[in-house]
Ligand binder design. Structure first.
Ligand code: SF4
Length: 472
């Protein structure tokens, strides 16, 4: 379980086509930079043009791989994955890349996002045992290859056939022995970017920050609805889907992505600072200091301090080496979890009226503890300022918030939230303010904040609808 109650990320994917080099080592470092997107398992598939090899296990990237396991992943072509389990449980079989053998063709797939039509797909495929949506995708693709494998372009043709049957969020890196393929769903819920090394090698990554680490320059984003095929002949761009309005997850800007990443041409760090500036205008308060909740609350707190004129101080310290604790999901253990991660600095907050800036409140238990921590450390008042609007609706596109009853703002009206959390006041950034901070936002998904889903989620939300009916 995570040590706090923020929604979990939906995985990181990375792919390399690097003639003359060992691609797996580059993928290893790429995954290392994407570790924040998933800490439950890590895996790499590599090909030397003839043989495709997969190595994956539960744990962090640095725990899963060592020099000898990397040395066994030979070849110029590789993909990798770090997993956060939004569907399926945490077990080895669900670690990715997912692998299928179809005759002489080996296929490996790494997926970021969630499909919203898994039950329909499973029915169509007649598969009852698939444990994840990624596994279903691999099954559909391998059947497509089996159907049309005689023409020598098996994987590409199969993808063009089956991709339009997938609904929901999917940024994919897929490979066979000779091709690296990157795909973004028609709405582009999850990011996927294309980079290039000086040697001419191609790189695909969930975030630009991972390109920086391996020394690749950003070429461009893979566009929503685009499929890029990279092989010995270079790069080709294909459009397997009918056009759809783009809907990049706005929570990538709020919390999920690294601050040093660029999403859709916008700096995540700059967007977070702007959220804080707008928040200060929308929710000013008489106070003495601005304290960020590390780490994603830091840029917003800087922005809030700039506009409010209040001093910015470090009132909470993050234990940088805590990583992820696999604790039991009971409330009592969750409560201990946050103490492992954050600790107050009493000398900076004692006797002061504190503006505590965080990026979001999801379930609320972490925030309640943070407010209490500030009070225990001697804060005279605690005013919560949140750099995103109330999180009221479940996400079906890859975040682990599909149970609406767990969302604080779905249960409690905003004017009562301060009392529930033990704070003196609470102010949330407005949705227009957030959209402005990310550069307009007409290309964004805001479903968890607005209830407006860019796709049909009737299958995925069936459970939620039943709950609603029961309450009426
Ligand atoms: S519902 Fe929210 S978390 Fe999910 S993709 Fe949309 S903006 Fe992101």
């Amino acid at each position: 379980m995570p040590v706090d109650d923020r929604p979990g990320e939906a995985c990181g994917v990375f792919g390399v086509y690097a003639p003359g080099r060992q691609a797996a080592s580059l993928v290893y470092f790429g995954l290392f930079a994407l570790q924040h997107r998933g800490q439950e398992s890590a895996g790499i598939a590599a090909s030397d043009g003839q043989t495709l090899t997969v190595f994956k296990d539960l744990g962090l990237v640095a725990q899963v791989f060592d020099e000898s396991s990397l040395a066994g992943l030979e070849g110029h072509l590789a993909i990798g994955h770090t997993r956060y389990s939004t569907t399926g449980t945490t077990r080895w079989e669900n670690a990715q890349p997912t692998h299928r053998q179809v005759g002489a063709t080996s296929v490996a797939l790494a997926h970021n996002g969630n499909l919203t039509n898994t039950a329909a797909l499973a029915r169509e495929l007649g598969v009852g045992s698939a444990t994840t949506d990624s596994d279903l995708m691999a099954e559909a693709i391998s059947r497509g290859i089996a159907d049309g494998r005689s023409d020598g372009r098996g994987l590409e043709r199969a993808l063009l056939d089956v991709l339009p049957t997938f609904q929901g969020a999917f940024s994919l890196v897929v490979m066979d022995q000779g091709h690296l393929i990157g795909i973004r769903d028609p709405h582009g819920f999850r990011p996927l970017t294309l980079g290039r090394l000086e040697t001419g090698a191609w790189v695909l990554s969930s975030e630009t920050s991972a390109l920086d680490l391996v020394g690749a320059a950003v070429v461009r984003d893979v566009e929503p609805g685009e499929m890029v095929v990279i092989d010995a002949g270079g790069l080709r761009s294909l459009r397997p889907f009918p056009p759809a309005p783009p809907a990049l997850c706005i929570f990538e800007f709020v919390y999920f992505a690294r601050p040093d990443s660029i999403l859709d041409g916008v700096s995540v760090h700059a967007a977070r600072q702007e959220m804080g500036r707008i928040l200060a205008v929308e929710h000013p308060v008489e106070a003495d200091v601005v304290v960020p909740v590390p780490e994603s609350g830091i840029p917003a707190a800087e922005g809030y301090a700039q506009v409010s004129g209040l001093p910015y101080v470090d009132g909470l310290v993050k234990n940088r080496y805590v990583g992820r604790t696999f604790i039991q999901p009971s409330q009592m253990l969750r409560d201990r979890g946050i103490r492992l991660k954050l600790n107050p600095i009493p000398s900076t907050v004692e006797g002061r009226r504190v503006v505590l800036v965080d990026d979001s409140i999801v379930r609320g238990s972490t925030t309640r503890q943070l407010v209490q921590m500030m009070r225990d450390a001697g804060a005279a008042e605690v005013h919560l300022r949140i750099s995103s609007p109330p999180y009221r609706w479940p996400c079906f596109y890859g975040m682990d918030t599909s149970d609406r009853s767990a969302l604080l703002a779905a249960r409690i009206p905003v004017p009562e939230i301060a009392e529930v959390l033990g704070a003196d006041s609470v102010g949330y950034l407005s949705l227009p303010g957030l959209l402005r901070a990310v550069g307009g936002g007409d290309r964004s998904c805001t479903a968890c904040l607005s209830g407006e889903y860019p796709t049909d989620v009737s299958e995925a939300s069936g459970k939620f609808e039943l709950e609603q009916v029961a309450r009426r």
